[in-house]
Design a protein around this ligand. Structure first.
Ligand SMILES: *[C@@H]1O[C@H](CO)[C@@H](O)[C@H](O)[C@H]1NC(C)=O
Ligand SMILES: *[C@@H]1O[C@H](CO)[C@@H](O)[C@H](O)[C@H]1NC(C)=O
Length: 221
C-alpha cells in the first residue's frame, strides 16, 4: 500500500519528464504572482495584449522561428540592431520572476534591412517578446507587448489608444495565410478577456485599453 502511494506521488514527475511542455495555450500569469502588465521601468507597464499560443507549431515559438513569422507580417529586428530605450521586463507567473524581453521588433514597411529605421523616424507598430518558460508554467507561449508608436519627434511615445490599435493591426496582419522565406503560416485568433483589467490603472503613458488580449495560434503548413 505504502509503495503504491509513493508511486502515485511520483507519477506527476514521471509524466512531466515525458511531456516537458504543458499542452495548453498559456497559463494565466495572474494565477501565480505574475502580471499582464510588463515593467517599463517607470513604475508603470505596457499591456501584454497578444499571446502566441503554446499550441502553435513548435518552431514558431523559438526566437528564430518567431522572427521569421514576424517578417511575414511586416516586422523586423530594430533599426540596424540599435535599440532605443532600455529593455522592459515581465513576470509571467512561471516561477522565473521578472525577466527582460527576449527581442524587440518594429514594423519594417517592406524592407527588413532599413524599414525599422523608418519606423523609428515616422512611428509605426512595435512589439516586445517575453517567453513563458519558467519551471512552474513551462508552456513555451510568447507574450507580446504590442503598441503603435508616435514618430521620433514625439520621443517614441505611444499614440492615443495605441495599445489596442497595435494589437488589432498585428492580429489583422497575422490572421489567415502568410509566408516568409519559404515558410507558410496559417493563423487563427481569438479574443480573451479577464487577463488584463480594462482601463489605464498601472498602464504606461496613462493610455486606457479595452482589456482584450488576442491569442494567436500559428501553424506552419
Ligand atoms: C534587464 O537588462 C538591463 C540592461 O541590460 C539590466 O540592467 C537589468 O538588470 C535587466 N533586468 C532583469 C530583470 O533581468
Ligand atoms: C478582438 O477585439 C477587437 C476589439 O473589439 C477587434 O477589433 C478584433 O477584431 C478582435 N479580434 C479577434 C481575433 O476577434
Amino acid at each position: 500500500m505504502y509503495s503504491f502511494v509513493t508511486f502515485l506521488a511520483a507519477l506527476p514527475c514521471v509524466l512531466s519528464l515525458l511531456t516537458p511542455r504543458q499542452a495548453v495555450d498559456y497559463v494565466n500569469p495572474n494565477l501565480n504572482g505574475g502580471s499582464m502588465l510588463d515593467n517599463a521601468g517607470d513604475g508603470f507597464g505596457e499591456p501584454l495584449n497578444v499571446i502566441i499560443s503554446a499550441l502553435s507549431s513548435p518552431d514558431v515559438l523559438t526566437l528564430d522561428g518567431f522572427e521569421n513569422f514576424a517578417n511575414a507580417i511586416g516586422f523586423s529586428t530594430t533599426c540596424l540592431g540599435i535599440q532605443l530605450g532600455g529593455p522592459q521586463s515581465a513576470n509571467l507567473g512561471d516561477g522565473n520572476g521578472f525577466v527582460n524581453q527576449t527581442v524587440e521588433l518594429r514594423q519594417d514597411f517592406g524592407s527588413s534591412a532599413l524599414g525599422t529605421c523608418l519606423e523609428s523616424l515616422i512611428g509605426g507598430n512595435h512589439l516586445r517578446v517575453f517567453i513563458q518558460n519558467g519551471p512552474s508554467a513551462d508552456t513555451g507561449a510568447l507574450f507580446l507587448a504590442v503598441s503603435q508608436e508616435e514618430d521620433l519627434e514625439e520621443a517614441h511615445t505611444i499614440v492615443p489608444n495605441g495599445y489596442n490599435i497595435g494589437r488589432d493591426a498585428l492580429s489583422l496582419a497575422a490572421i489567415g495565410t502568410t509566408s516568409a522565406n519559404g515558410v507558410t503560416y496559417s493563423t487563427v485568433g481569438t479574443n480573451v478577456t479577464g487577463l488584463l483589467a480594462p482601463g489605464s490603472a498601472g498602464v504606461n503613458h496613462d493610455i486606457a485599453t479595452d482589456g482584450i488580449t488576442t491569442v494567436l495560434t500559428i501553424t506552419i503548413v
